[in-house]
Design a protein around this ligand. Sequence first.
Ligand SMILES: Nc1ncnc2c1ncn2[C@@H]1O[C@H](COP(=O)(O)OP(=O)(O)O)[C@@H](O)[C@H]1O
Ligand SMILES: [Mg+2]
Length: 276
Amino acid sequence: MSDASKSTSSVLPPSPRAHTAGAKVLAVTSGKGGVGKTFVSANLAAALTKRGYRVLVLDADLGLANLDVVLNLYPKTTLHDVFTGKAKLENAIHKAPGGFSVLLAGSGMVEYSRLTPQVRNEFLEVVNSLVPKYDVIVLDTGAGISDVVLFAVSLASEILVVATPEPTSLTDAYATIKVLAVQQNRDHVHLVINQAARMGDGRAITAQLQTVLDRYVGSEAGKRMRLVHVGDIPIDASVREAVMRRQLLLLTAAGCPAAIAVSALAAKLDEALLKD
Ligand SMILES: Nc1ncnc2c1ncn2[C@@H]1O[C@H](COP(=O)(O)OP(=O)(O)O)[C@@H](O)[C@H]1O
Ligand SMILES: [Mg+2]
């Protein structure tokens, strides 16, 4: 942040940010599918936009893209057109409700669910061209440890793993985090526990996962993978209602417990990753 914006930030919220260093690329991923990655990506983007950042969400779940459904946006021009050379990148970027930008995958992307050298190059080129234009790029990736998911995550400087308290979600999160440590040499990931029955449960869950990681990944790979617990989001009927109505929770039910938790998550990530 520039000195000028620092001095005015207390009197002029949301403060203007310095746009010099290029975007932080944050991959939102998970072990198991359906845990809330797209919900978190879209609403976190809205919350970070509110905090004064220029944010773009890229639908990087190429095979099972559904950010368009959540945002009720069906643009003519998508990432698919950019990958096939039918459109310029800037024409595939659209404004979402919530004020952030989106680059949607488009239905034709199913054919890209396999990681070919072409997909690799196109993906890399798209992210590289976006980095200078935003403060935060959120990659809403797929679940699991397929090549294409791991490649999308490899493009990010920071990772947010979404897990629910269900044992199946936690074992799959463990598998994903282990691969990130071993294959991508990551030494930390951020962890948010979504659909928590009680706020605060995530701390104990994180500590348990950390113990297992220390025991197995630490000894096998000879390095430590540190989990940074960045918050819990409660299970909240308003989330399902917002998805059914194809509206952003943060815009239509900003006072509900899940929306408050996503705003708190944005504040935490702002503090941890973005303010430097
Ligand atoms: N905190 C929550 N409370 C209640 N339901 C939720 C919550 N988070 C997600 N959901 C439900 O889970 C569904 C799947 O979420 P989604 O973001 O599409 O998952 P993913 O992108 O990981 O596949 C949503 O449509 C919503 O109905
Ligand atoms: Mg999704």
